[in-house]
Unconditional design. Structure first.
Lengths: 111, 113
């Protein structure tokens, strides 16, 4: 099956710093998503970004599907950005669609 | 407000017992999913269902069972055959035919004692 790798696995930032998270995938995909999991376990969809660039406030994401990677940018980080960031790719099977997740980047933003 | 409700939030089970985790959604989504998350790891797919009365095994289905008798409900049973059931379980739903729109519940933390 498709492999999804994320880097770095862990990241500690001072509040106000910027960061870039990377997601590499092993096969062609037509659907990539970024999620944030807060410290209480809730997953929130950040971006649906099969290709190109999108921005939402201090967050933006870029996917280069031909080179099989996606980047998530966090600018002016805040303590509320802490948690785990996952990328996930969609696979279409005979039984329907399913998301395959990477192992995540654990982010901690400190004052 | 529409969303996904998982219950209970915390669950303790004795070894050898079956336990059922509840997942209900009022988003009118056709597709529903169960994922397992272990500490420091990503989510792994257990089962998924695109339509009522039909479901498919995911990557780690052994020791689990599901049913999809109603569009709104997708309960997961962790059986005694699951060797390492202690984990965080997440339910999700999405509209069929779309790649986006995934919504997750708040999870059930299962501990075997």
């Amino acid at each position: 099956g498709i492999q999804v790798e994320q880097s770095p696995p862990d990241l500690i930032l001072q509040e106000g710093a910027n960061s870039t998270l990377r997601c590499n995938f092993s096969d062609s995909v037509n659907n990539l998503q970024w999620f944030h999991q807060n410290p209480w376990g809730q997953l929130i969809n950040l971006f649906y970004i099969p290709s190109g660039t999108k921005q939402n406030g201090r967050l933006s994401a870029t996917t280069v599907a031909t080179e099989r990677y996606s980047l998530l940018y966090i600018s002016s980080s805040q303590t509320t950005d802490s948690g785990v960031y996952f990328c996930a790719v969609l696979q279409t099977t005979g039984g329907g669609n399913k998301l395959t997740f990477g192992t995540g980047t654990q982010l901690k933003v400190e004052l | 407000d529409g969303g996904i409700t998982q219950s209970p939030k915390y669950l303790f089970r004795k070894e050898g017992q079956n336990v059922t985790l509840s997942c209900e959604q009022n988003l009118n989504h056709d597709a529903m999913y169960w994922y397992r998350q272990d500490p420091g790891q990503g989510l792994r797919l257990i089962y998924y269902s695109q339509i009522v009365n039909d479901f498919q095994k995911g990557d780690i289905a052994e020791g689990y069972s599901v049913s999809r008798e109603k569009k709104e409900s997708f309960p997961l049973t962790v059986t005694s055959a699951q060797k390492n059931p202690t984990a965080f379980y997440l339910c999700a739903s999405s509209p069929t035919g779309r790649g986006d729109g995934y919504t997750f519940g708040s999870g059930t933390r299962l501990t075997v004692v």
